[in-house]
Ligand binder design. Structure first.
Ligand SMILES: NC(=O)c1ccc[n+]([C@@H]2O[C@H](COP(=O)([O-])OP(=O)(O)OC[C@H]3O[C@@H](n4cnc5c(N)ncnc54)[C@H](OP(=O)(O)O)[C@@H]3O)[C@@H](O)[C@H]2O)c1
Length: 232
């Protein structure tokens, strides 16, 4: 089988799971990555043919797990064409200490949001160079603006820089790099104080991802900012 292979981190729910559905409909074979194997296996069953959908439990902040996974995919399926580095997390923070999670809970967010995509790029880019493939990273509208006391926003600023630095290193390889920056998306984790704000559907972001990867090989969509109409 020669159909292209699309690997998604953070695939078990939210934006990643919806992107998996649209990518399956577009004819890709899928590698679904998250930590919870049961959720991934349920999604894989819903997406259909087990020969085309491979659910793999992996922590994207663990280099040995991630690099081993990419080796297994290349050995079994022979190619890797699109990688969507999408796994992420958010906790409320305050540097004045007036609200949110205690600092010892900040570490995991920084690791999954910054170290995770960096390791994902390092683990997959050699295969993407072979396929002249495409790396898509999930940043955030919060990675373009200031939010008082918000460390999550700072991690997504890091994604903005990461995407640009990766693209600069990939010039001449044929690899394309896209940063998708969603505004508020209704994936179930919205804090109560933002519940009344305008929200996107995960499919709105999934369509943007498929748009970027569906362009001719000569077209590199570098950034896509998608906000719900009316977001402040
Ligand atoms: N929702 C929004 O409003 C919004 C807005 C802008 C940007 N974003 C970004 O969009 C991306 C997806 O967001 P979402 O709302 O769809 O999130 P979500 O519903 O909370 O899903 C997060 C996904 O990441 C996985 N994950 C978390 N830590 C992981 C780790 N260490 N290793 C592997 N997988 C891990 C989770 O699965 P496991 O727990 O099983 O590992 C899950 O599949 C994130 O990068 C987020 O920052 C979201």
């Amino acid at each position: 089988m020669t159909d292209p292979v699309f690997l998604i981190t953070g695939a078990s729910r939210g934006i990643g799971a919806t992107t998996a559905r649209l990518a399956a409909e577009a004819g890709y074979r899928l590698v679904l990555v998250a930590r919870n194997q049961n959720q991934l296996s349920d999604l894989a069953t819903r997406l259909g043919d087990p020969d085309r959908v491979w659910p793999v439990a992996c922590d994207v902040t663990d280099w040995a797990q991630l690099s081993g996974l990419v080796t297994r995919v290349r050995d079994a399926w022979g190619r890797l064409d699109v990688v969507f580095a999408n796994a992420g997390a958010s906790v409320v923070t305050s540097f004045l200490g007036t609200r949110g999670a205690p600092p010892d809970q900040w570490r995991d967010m920084v690791l999954v949001n910054v170290y995770g995509p960096a390791l994902t790029a390092r683990a997959t880019l050699p295969a993407l160079v072979e396929s002249r493939g495409h790396l898509v990273l999930t940043g955030s509208a919060a990675g373009r603006g200031i939010r008082p006391g918000n460390l999550y926003s700072a991690t997504k600023w890091a994604l903005t820089g990461l995407a640009q630095n990766i693209r600069a290193e990939c010039i001449g390889t044929g690899v394309r790099v896209t940063l998708v920056q969603p505004g508020l998306v209704d994936t179930g984790g919205i804090p109560p104080e933002r519940a009344q704000e305008p929200k996107l559907d995960p499919a709105d972001i999934a369509r943007a991802v498929l748009y970027a990867v569906g362009q001719p090989a000569t077209v590199d969509i570098n950034e896509i900012l998608v906000r719900p109409a009316g977001q402040a």
